[in-house]
Design a protein around this ligand. Sequence first.
Ligand code: THU
Length: 131
Amino acid sequence: MSLIEEARAVRLNAHAPYSNFKVGAAIRTASGAVYLGCNVENVAYPEGTCAEAGAIAAMVAAGETEIAAVAVIANSPQPVSPCGGCRQKLAEFAGGDVTVTLATTDGVVMDTTVAALLPGAFDQDYMSRSN
Ligand code: THU
């Protein structure tokens, strides 16, 4: 199954009763393994988590930290745009050249990269003078 099809399937498990906006995410790592996530909302709204965060948590829990490719899908008019926080979370484990495939459930697909999604990313270099 392609990464976007994996994301499409896990999206159906999203818990999104407040926004009614289900999102699925799939991450392929350097080892070739695939980790999946969906958004999990909460009645205390800020406690909800994004699909990308779920997939990253599953990857790290499995002992992996090197993202090779990402796919995200939602029923949106344009390929779904990862939120700012998820862009930073992806940048923690993915090089700037890693492809992020964004899709709509009706078949519009757009490829971008981690660097294009998060120009000027905050990284460890900025902390080099910290004491
Ligand atoms: N959401 C994601 O899971 N990923 C994204 O890339 C965009 C937004 C979720 C969060 C919330 O559950 C719902 O979509 C509406 O914002």
